[in-house]
Design a binder for this molecule. Structure first.
Ligand code: FRU
Length: 488
């Protein structure tokens, strides 16, 4: 019964009970993908921040373990990252053991500083370093360290924020304990007044031998859909600072929906060809995260995504993020409904006669971007035709916009900022738009044109609002596959 509640995500990670926010310490080690996260062990609202812990062998099926790093006195354990210290640079390893080292913000009411802890048993138990904090600037706001190993100079690199200054600071270290300040990055074109949870990651560029560095930043406010969201810059890293190559004012957003925050990427992934980075985000918005109507848990992670870059000539060369759900999700895809044609009424009839009104599924649509709007209504309340609940995903050819409208998606009144229609700019490719839409009990993640844009949104429909209905004249093909639950 643990994972059976009406709004319980069936193939996204959530905890059995209580509050979660940011994913922390994403790292692969010895057959296990670790997912740590901001967790309140006592309540389903934010507080007592502790690193909760889950592991997976495939990035899809998760097992929740006991909390990993607990608050101590008035010091809460805020967001951060985790590395596998193979060469035992930290000296925490004993008798040939490889330490896992967590680097996080120790948050006191009037000060935030960077701390470390280590584990010698694959992340099950942790010891806080006696010499904490390892970086202390005596600042009230100084948080969210992301650490990675930098091959060219054989040292650790940290990117960490002065959130209210919207400034990223870079540090380096040979032992994870002593840190030397490198450069800084700030951007005058950001609409956000606060940055959180940075990540700096090298990403392959499709169709080339190139790799570029992407600086991911969570925006505390003024994101395109309102409230919190994420932006990124593309450029170089010289070992001590990030050099932005994105044009100033040419803002790039990671996601155009309302619920995509604090995403960071995995450290120490097994090398597999030219695979991109893998990220997980928190599917929520700071405007209402404490108010969403779920119980006994509050907070969900997004699907893991593979991040790549595309080199776009438009008319100048520019690098744009491309995001796709990871391949590992494929085994969850089950029975399918397939259709090609032009007659939407006929499509809706054959869908109805197939009785395909699932709870969790993945839709793959090919649309012709003609003059009329086109799209699909999901989680439709059949009892009240034209009036009941529905979440609308569509394409507006006149405006060249992809949209998700959740203004009638179910429960929306718990916070006025929740309701709305959210758009992303998207141009047809050879006259076509392709959409991949992942529907779970309480979310809809849309990937447009193979991950050119994404829109991630929570929804809270009634359990029996299960209809699927297509509209407009541009539909050309439809594939619907059920998605198996990941929980037993
Ligand atoms: C982002 C954030 C981080 C902080 C953590 C505290 O959601 O505010 O900046 O480390 O959450 O829970």
């Amino acid at each position: 019964t643990t994972y059976k509640q009406p709004y319980r995500p069936q193939y996204h990670f959530s905890t059995r009970a209580n509050w979660i926010n940011d994913p922390n310490g994403l790292v692969y080690y010895d057959g296990e993908y670790h997912l740590f996260y901001q967790y309140n062990p006592f309540d389903s609202h934010w507080g007592h921040m502790t690193w909760g812990h889950a592991i997976s062998r495939d990035l899809v099926h998760w097992q929740e373990l006991p909390p990993a790093i607990a608050e101590e006195g008035s010091t809460m354990i805020y967001s951060g990252s985790c590395v596998v210290d193979k060469a035992n640079t930290s000296g925490f390893g004993q008798a040939g053991q490889t330490p896992m080292v967590a680097i996080y913000t120790g948050a006191q009411p009037d000060k935030q500083s960077q701390h470390i802890a280590y584990s010698l048993d694959k992340g099950r138990t942790w010891t806080k370093y006696a010499g904490n904090p390892v970086i202390d600037l005596n600042r009230k706001d100084f948080r969210d360290p992301k650490v990675f190993w930098y091959e060219p100079t054989q040292n650790w690199v940290m990117v960490v924020l002065l959130p209210t200054d919207r400034k990223a600071l870079f540090y380096k270290s040979t032992n994870l304990k002593n840190w030397v300040k490198g450069g800084e990055f700030t951007a005058t074109d950001t609409p956000a007044t606060v940055w959180e949870c940075p990540d700096l990651v090298e990403v392959p560029v499709d169709g080339t031998m190139e790799r570029k560095w992407v600086l991911l930043l969570s925006m505390g406010n003024n994101a395109p859909a309102g409230g919190s969201g994420m932006q990124y810059y593309v450029g170089r890293f010289n070992g001590s600072t990030f050099i932005n190559e994105s044009k100033s004012g040419d803002l790039r957003y990671v996601d155009w929906g309302k619920d995509y925050y604090a995403a960071i990427t995995y450290n120490n992934l097994p090398r597999r060809g030219n695979r991109g980075a893998i990220s997980i985000g928190w599917m929520n918005n700071l405007q209402y995260a404490n108010d969403i109507p779920t119980t006994p848990f509050r907070g969900t992670m997004t699907l893991p995504r593979e991040l790549r870059l595309a080199k776009v000539q438009d008319p100048m060369v520019r690098y744009e993020l491309r995001q796709q759900p990871i391949q590992e999700l494929k085994p969850l895809l089950g029975t399918s409904f397939q259709w090609t044609g032009t007659d939407v009424a006929q499509l809706n009839e054959s869908l109805a006669s197939n009785n395909l009104t699932g709870d969790t599924y993945c839709l793959q649509l090919e649309l012709e971007a003609d003059k009329t709007g086109v799209g699909v209504r999901v989680k439709k309340e059949e009892a009240l035709p034209g009036k009941g609940e529905e979440t609308v995903i569509g394409y507006d050819p006149a405006k060249q916009q992809l949209y998700v409208d959740r203004s009638r998606s179910g429960q929306i009144a718990f916070k006025k900022e929740f309701s709305g229609r959210f758009t992303a700019p998207l141009k047809p490719q050879n006259g076509r738009i392709s959409l991949q839409i992942w529907v779970d009990r309480s979310s809809v993640e849309v990937f447009g044109n193979n991950g050119e844009v994404t829109l991630t949104n929570q929804i809270f429909p009634k359990p029996n609002s299960r209809g699927i209905e297509f509209f407009g004249s541009g539909l050309r093909s439809v594939l619907i596959r059920s998605v198996e639950p990941i929980w037993k």
